[in-house]
Structure formats: C-alpha cells, structure tokens
Design a protein around this ligand. Structure first.
Ligand SMILES: CC(C)(COP(=O)(O)OP(=O)(O)OC[C@H]1O[C@@H](n2cnc3c(N)ncnc32)[C@H](O)[C@@H]1OP(=O)(O)O)[C@@H](O)C(=O)NCCC(=O)NCCS
Length: 166
C-alpha cells in the first residue's frame, strides 16, 4: 500500500461560537468543541484512508482556557501515528475573538484515535504514514509507545473480564 504524508491529510475547520452552544454565562460547552475536534480528526483520517472511519478513543484531552460566545474556533488535525487499522490525530483548538485585535489563544488539545472500517464494518489496513522530518519521526515513536502500552492494557482488561465472566 502506498504511503501518504502528514500534509496530505492535514485538516482545518473553523466555526463562530453561538449562544445556543453555550451555558447562561456564555461559556461554550466542552462537548460542542469536542464535536468539532472529532469531525476534524475524521477529515484527516478519511483523507488518509478513504474508507469508513469511526472514533475509537480520545487521549489527553485538555481544556487550557475557556471559550466564550463570539469566538472564532479553529480546529487543526494532523496524523501523528498509524497502527495497522488505526490512525491517531493530534488536534489543536484555537479561539480568536475577531472583534478584538488579539492573537488566537490555544484553547484545547487532544489525541483522537480513528479506525478505518471496510464495507463489512471490519477494521481494515490503512496506508503507511510518510514521515519527512526528525520531529515527525520522534513524535511518531512517542505515540507508538503510548499505543503499545494502551493496547496491552486493553488486552489485560479483556482477559481479566473473561476470567470474571463479565
Ligand atoms: C473501534 C472498533 C472498530 C474497534 O473494534 P475491535 O473489535 O476492538 O477491533 P480490533 O481489536 O481489531 O481493533 C482495531 C483497531 O482499533 C484500535 N482500538 C480498539 N479499541 C481502541 C480504543 N479503546 N482506543 C484506541 N484504539 C482502539 C486497536 O488498537 C486497533 O488498531 P490497530 O489495528 O492499528 O492496532 C470498535 O470498538 C467500535 O466499533 N467501536 C465503536 C466506534 C464508534 O461507534 N465510534 C463513534 C462513537 S459514538
């Protein structure tokens, strides 16, 4: 399978935050932004794999600063690690208040794991990720270590549940 670069699938989505997305104090609900992050990750993954894609997990989701109604929220997703059927996107979220002359604020970050499914709904192999810089290679290795650890933890949990009969 032919590999694809990170740039090939990089995705960006922007949206103005409206009162219907916020609490009575004007704070935008976390779920509204997480939905945008999920969609942006989906775009990166589907551009890479060209299959059906589902979200398998979210890692290290952090809300760094509150986001208020009127913010122009921009989500950026890029693939940082590829397993066999899974793809991990690092997603950053910036909030900008266009009525004020101020630089965008780093609001959220997270890693989304997206899985490619074939037409029968079975996880299927995705193209390799072509890494072009030393930074990309180091980040890939760091995320691979997390992937290997999490996979082993899930397996151990499944086996423990099987023994318990749960
Ligand atoms: C994600 C899903 C397809 C995995 O199915 P599965 O039967 O566990 O399949 P596998 O064990 O072969 O795992 C497939 C891949 O998913 C990864 N994966 C499975 N569970 C995961 C989790 N909780 N977090 C991160 N990755 C996960 C595996 O590591 C594997 O990746 P790899 O091939 O690169 O090693 C399945 O759990 C699913 O359909 N979940 C619901 C997805 C969904 O509906 N998302 C929308 C949210 S509402």
């Amino acid at each position: 399978m032919e590999g694809k670069t990170i740039a090939h699938s990089r995705a960006v989505m922007s949206q103005i935050m409206l009162p219907s997305q916020a609490n009575p104090n004007g704070n935008v609900h976390g779920g509204e932004i997480m939905k945008m992050m999920d969609e942006t990750s989906y775009v990166a993954a589907v551009r890479h794999a060209h299959t059906n894609i589902v979200t398998a997990g979210v890692d290290e989701l952090e809300f760094h600063t509150p986001v208020f109604v009127g913010a122009l929220v921009t989500c950026r997703a890029e693939l940082v690690f590829i397993g066999r059927t899974s793809m991990e996107a690092f997603v950053t979220v910036e909030a900008e208040y266009p009525r004020h002359e101020a630089p965008p604020i780093n609001a959220l970050t997270a890693y989304f794991t997206m899985v490619a499914l074939d037409d029968d709904g079975v996880p299927c192999e995705v193209p390799p990720l072509i890494l072009t810089t030393q930074e990309e290679k180091e980040r890939f290795d760091r995320r691979k270590a997390v992937y290997v650890r999490r996979k082993a933890e899930r397996k151990a949990e499944r086996e423990a549940n099987r023994k318990d009969g749960t």
